[in-house]
Design a binder for this molecule. Sequence first.
Ligand code: ATR
Length: 277
Amino acid sequence: MDYYCVIGFPIKHSLSPRIHNRAFKKFGISARYEAVSVRPEDLGKFMRRFRARYVGANVTIPHKQKVMRFLDGVSVEARKIGAVNAIVNRGGKLIGHNTDCFGAMEALKQNGARRLEGKRAVVLGAGGAARAIIYGLKRAGAHVLVLNRTLAHAKKLAKEFRCQSGNLKDFDPAKCDILISTTSVGMWPKTSLSPLPNLLKFYSKNKLSRPFVMDIIYRPHITKLLRDAKRAGCQIITGDHMFLAQAAKSFELWTGRKSGLMKLWRDQGSNRNFGVP
Ligand code: ATR
């Protein structure tokens, strides 16, 4: 039996075990995927145990950057992004990958945000997920503005990825074609929060063209930010699109298999969050 895991803190909300265990079963692979809560101060200790027990993993909040120092190598893309959300253990060698970037670009593409060249993209948040998304957007030719609660974090990213930066309150509805939240604001169970509480007010008062609005949170299915965006007439992209696309890419890295995954997971009810709130 091969063991896989997702590590994060908090991790209770994660739906990764459900979807990956379902896929292992479907493909007849003898493996188990579990969620492991790892406090930031315990990451080093856990990674030493990891090598002996697990053949693969996903990495989530808040470890996507710090985990890199415990790996033997990282893919070219993960190095450029500066964040890892998938690990492959090949005979004791731990290699880090980034499948978030692929996941986010797939999510945009699948939902009609295809041509990104010259588009004004506003990214909320400056963590590991933001890095992957900014990298993808820049590569596709978009103009990127990163807005964050802590300005210093946004400034650091802006310098690295050659984009603009500001505070969340600097959001200008007249200068946004695509809005993507990578913050944890609004995640279950604090579902009444939004990183941009005034979004609905901004857009209901004028005839500005409406941006695509994407949230990478997938639990709840429709976050407060997306609810407001929908009411304001924006096209919304729910977090399950990126979640499933990054998961499929991770599964492919571990097992070499990819076909049928999306259908399996969609049939399983991803758009209703697999039966959980
Ligand atoms: P990940 O690696 O998954 O992206 P992260 O590195 O913990 O996760 O980043 C989370 C992001 O959410 C950060 O940009 C964080 O802002 P700070 O840089 O100011 O910490 C943002 N965030 C978390 N809680 C927030 C809150 N209550 N309000 C606004 N932003 C918040």
